[in-house]
Design a protein around this ligand. Structure first.
Ligand code: SAH
Length: 283
């Protein structure tokens, strides 16, 4: 295969059986479970998953790799190799619940992760390998520079843990970055209840939209009316004592409180009469 295609598909094959064993044991797969693997490649993880006796659906985009795997697993009824783009594949059609165990194609690891989180009611847990830097952002807590939309977006629905780091030398060809394995438990309900999830994510996205700015300016630049932002920050006591506070210092709970206040304030400016009294300082 031409090198550029390999690169575009993120084809870095694991060659370390120890890492494979660690991934499978972290996933704690039982023989009566269903497992989805994304990007099986040459099948090193697929073979190890097969040993658990579970039912495996492995989705591989590359036609040649798919063909090779189909041949290899032709007599293995537990393993189904599917040729498809995992970003578009209708995982809803697979028997649920399923665990996801995969060494992800790194170029699309973030959209894939969000796609899998959309399917969270069907997913029991995930054990994923991705770039170390992305794994750090996914698991970051507020206060650090790695904390952002990705951290809040994932931690809202799941409990991610960075389990171990995998040096680039464990792959062939070696990628340019180190990798990490994370385990994500799916929360029974989002980490915090919010009035409107889409609105909550609009607030979080706007907050992180201008990282060098204070939260209040980032929200205003993000399209929220200036006086509503002031009112919501005051009502949620977010910037008391620190008007320059930035989004990366807010916990998910604080984002939720702020989003709910902003939601109430901006919604009640619509057709319905406003039930909220505005505090003096913003009048
Ligand atoms: N799991 C294997 C290979 C990982 S490399 C191992 O650990 O060795 C990533 C794999 O994902 C490659 O096989 C690549 O062809 C596949 N891939 C890339 N984009 C994909 C997509 N959109 N859908 C499904 N598979 C994809």
């Amino acid at each position: 295969m031409i090198r550029s295609k390999r690169k575009a598909l993120g084809q870095h094959f694991l060659r370390d059986q120890n890492i494979v064993r660690k991934i499978v044991s972290l996933a704690e797969i039982h023989s009566d479970e269903t497992v989805v693997e994304i990007g099986p490649g040459r099948g090193i993880l697929t073979r190890a998953l097969d040993e658990t006796g579970s039912k495996i659906f492995a989705v591989e985009l590359d036609r040649q790799l798919h063909e090779n795997l189909e041949k290899e697993f032709a007599d293995t009824p537990n393993v189904r190799i599917i040729q498809a783009d995992a970003l578009c594949y209708p995982f809803e059609d697979l028997p649920a619940p399923f665990a996801v165990v995969a060494n992800l194609p790194y170029a699309i690891s973030t959209p894939l992760l969000f796609r899998l989180l959309e399917l969270r009611s069907r997913v029991s847990r995930m054990v994923l390998m991705l770039q170390l830097e992305v794994a750090r952002r996914i698991t970051a807590r507020e206060g650090g520079k790695e904390y952002g939309l990705l951290s809040v977006g994932v931690q809202f629905y799941a409990e991610p843990r960075l389990e171990f780091i995998v040096p680039r030398g464990c792959f062939r060809p070696p990628p340019r970055v180190d990798s990490a394995v994370i385990r994500l438990g799916i929360r029974a309900a989002p980490k915090v209840a919010v009035k409107d999830e889409a609105f909550f994510f609009r607030v979080v996205r706007a907050g992180f939209g201008h990282r060098r700015k204070s939260l209040r300016n980032a929200l205003k630049d993000g399209g929220f009316p200036a006086d509503a932002v002031e009112e919501a920050l005051y009502a949620a006591s977010i910037t008391d004592g620190n008007p320059q506070r930035r989004a990366e210092t807010l916990s998910i709970e604080e984002f939720a409180l702020l989003a709910d206040k902003l939601f109430e304030i901006t919604m009640c400016r619509g057709a319905r009469p406003c039930a909220v009294t505005r505090p003096d300082h913003v009048q």
